[in-house]
Write a protein that binds this ligand. Sequence first.
Ligand code: IVH
Length: 667
Amino acid sequence: MNRKEAEKRILSLRNQLQEHNHNYYVLNKPSISDFEYDMLMNDLSVLEKMFPEFSDISSPSQRVGSDISNEFKQVEHKYPMLSLGNTYSKEELVDFDTRIRKLLPESDIEYVCELKYDGTSISLTYVNGKLDYAVTRGDGVKGDDVTANVRTIKSIPLSLIGDFPPEFEIRGEIFIARNDFKKMNADREKKSEQTFANPRNAASGTLKLQNSSEVAKRPLDCFLYYVLGAELNYENHYENLSKAKDWGFKIPPHIMICKNIDQVYNFIQHWDKERKNLPYDTDGVVIKVNSLKQQKILGFTAKSPRWAIAYKFKAEQALTKLLSIDFQVGRTGAITPVANLEAVFLAGTTVKRASLHNADQIELHDIRLNDFVYIEKGGEIIPKIVGVDKSKRQENNEIFRYITHCPECNTELIRSEEEAKHFCPNEFGCPPQIKGKIEHFVSRKAMNIAGAEATIDLLYNNHLIQDIGDLYFLQKEDLIKLERFGEKSADNLFESLEKSKIVPFERVLYGLGIRYVGETVAKKIAAGVGTIENLMTASYETLIEIEEIGDIIAKSIIEHFRLEKNIKIIEKLKKAGLQMQIDEKENENLSNKLAGLSFVVSGVFSNHSRDEIKKLIELHGGKNAGSISAKTNYVLAGEKMGPEKLKKAEKLNIAIISESDFLRLIQ
Ligand code: IVH
């Protein structure tokens, strides 16, 4: 086959596969067998390998992702991704309708009702019919660029068909259907991997995976429900969605135009009953004013559009028997009561355990063993008990007495006035606290010691580690004596430990597990004190001077270093050669070339992340400002800079420079 023929064949295969994809994943109507599909795909892959000059990231063969680690760049949304106001009753719905009618007097109003899909929201931008980039909601103003992962989702078209506008954005919800979720979790369980709590967590967790070839293996799906852009000439939301459907998108299948709020309410009641028969989770109905002209008049509040609202379904409940209560001890010593229940089916899964939060909750609901309790699935990892059916109570169900001693080490529990939870104070002698602290230390966001988490139990049970410092003084001959611990595992562990010695100070600090010192606080502290010695000797007054450090955190730090055992741990870590101070070089002033200049950085850059650029500005003596004003000297504009900013910069006659202009400035 010559080049010309190959190109023709490649294009034809791509078109055919795209159509079959659409039939299968969007329309649910496959038109060829899986085998035939695989054969076509195989042909395409072979040809693309033989003729790499025709490669195209929008090719259907590119859905497999790659195992290059994704770094999620932050991207500013062109239009902020707002949330919706919530309503829970017919009255609140009527209020919404009244508000709208007041703002649009004497107009006919149509509402579009759609289901509210319980997944994770996504914004897709298409340029000239090709998926250009995909961004998560983030904080609503900027989100993570997850394009590589989204490209693997089969129901999201990489290329569009028909008369699509040259550039537009479309938003929707990425989700995992209930059956796929069950299969996926069963599979994970088999491989001893941690299972996901619910389809929503599984979807959002998957979307943030760093390896897109792993994402490609997960059953993500997507409904698209909101089209935006300057070049859309349709009259209403319904038409927007119908067009989106023609271009190849999977739009919400259950959608209804309503003339009044009673019709809206009928839709809600119908789906409140029926939703359990849908293959995916929904948590309400979204009601949108159909006319785009009317939407424009109604506009937005700071948080949400005035032209749309969500009606939230009441969470499904189930009634079941409370068999016993376990008490779990966390790494900080906090005690969490967990109920063991008679297995019951609730919203797609079988539930056997539920959270009881703390002693107050048990007392408040007067929950007793053998009671019949109502459980509900909230956003939390496990369902919670929300009440008791007292009519079913047996006379001999005794009032539940909360434990007074730690179930793991038998130390008497304490409960301070500010805390809802009981605590086990035996910080250095209570096994789950000791192991929990080590698990935290080796976790990805702290020291990232690969493979260590799985062996902590083994090492601890064999008295090889008592605290995080011991990890660095393990001896190979002790390790290989352990059951199922070969030479290779030992070498791997040592290699990971060695690698962790260059982890920056701020992450070591986070890994220490000082109460209330999370990732962000650790960064602020590291920048504020510079070295571990300074932190250990810092006074309360010095600590609260640091940005974001208040009374509680300062006291917690002082308390931590008052304990001799914690000082010993620091000594071990120092001896092991961990980073116990900030890397001065990283923050050393590089030049004063930008002294006195104020910059506003906006958009996405090709060689640096936005934060890196900002850091460079500071390292060269310049200043970063959040918004453009007359005092701004330069606007450093990347790709996809917000149009409002651009307008403002032009209006104030401020120099707009590119990334390469900037790099020249500091060279
Ligand atoms: S419309 C400006 N439609 O609900 C309005 N949202 O709290 C844009 N959601 O963040 C949203 N199903 O993630 C819309 N059919 C639907 C939806 C929906 C689920 C989510 C979405 C949004 C949240 C609102």
